[in-house]
Ligand binder design. Structure first.
Ligand SMILES: [Zn+2]
Length: 238
């Protein structure tokens, strides 16, 4: 059975002499694995499609247990990523997080978030930390694991703490990492807005750095994963 789908390469690993196994994020089928046969052998087919972060239109054949790439037409290679090591490292972290998506995730939203984040990293000079922070928050929304930004206990009080296990809570209702009113309004802004608008908020530098760290920690918590690519990205900022 043939399947036409768009897909972004999250991971590409060699398989045997000439084959590659690609982990793709697709808007219709979520995360899938596809075997790319004889990469580089067919002169009509660019090898570019089998590289990380490249977005292509695929024609796949559904084999036993795995898709097989019949053809791929590269739509966006995000060349700009290759010009900046720290933005490339961040793209790797974003792809690694996206690869953790579950069966129940909103694949279309996640795919659009991934493409948007890669585009901003590759083609603009928007602050990388801001791209990371918005990606992390929206990833958690697409996965259905971002708590409502209200007190999750009484439902009324303004949140001043964030418990990764129990959600946000007000002063009297529980414990968690302290959060400021600026962080609460930034999170509400990101949650309420799509596309470019999601990135348009301001807060002081200290709160921004702290919120950025909390979101990375929350992603590690919900995916139960420490990402070496995040540690590498951070090491490049020192
Ligand atoms: Zn409360």
């Amino acid at each position: 059975m043939d399947v036409r789908t768009d897909g972004v390469v999250l991971k590409a690993r060699p398989y045997g002499e000439r084959d590659m196994i690609l982990t793709l994020l697709t808007p219709e089928h979520g995360r899938i694995t596809a075997l790319a046969r004889s990469v580089g052998k067919n002169k009509k087919q660019s090898v570019l499609y089998a590289q990380n972060f490249v977005f292509s239109h695929y024609l796949l054949f559904k084999g036993k247990g795995m898709y097989i790439v019949d053809s791929a037409e590269v739509a966006e290679p995000f060349y700009g990523l290759r010009n900046d090591l720290s933005r490339l490292a961040l793209a790797q972290y974003i792809a690694d997080v996206a690869a953790k998506c579950g069966e129940e995730s909103d694949a279309a939203a996640l795919c659009s978030l991934l493409l948007n984040s890669l585009y901003l990293l590759s083609e603009t000079d928007l602050d990388a930390e801001l791209i990371k922070l918005v990606f992390e928050a929206k990833y958690c929304i697409a996965e259905g694991v971002f708590p409502e930004v209200i007190c999750n206990v009484c439902g009324g009080g303004e949140p001043v703490k964030w418990s990764f296990r129990n959600g946000f809570c007000c002063e009297t209702c529980g414990d968690g990492y302290p959060i400021t009113a600026g962080m609460v309004s930034a999170l509400r802004h990101i949650l309420a807005n799509e596309g470019k608008k999601a990135y348009l908020f301001s807060m002081n530098e200290d709160s921004f750095r702290y919120l950025s760290k909390l979101l990375s920690d929350y992603v590690a918590f919900v995916t139960d994963t420490e990402f070496p690519s995040l540690a590498y990205y951070k090491s490049l900022l020192l």
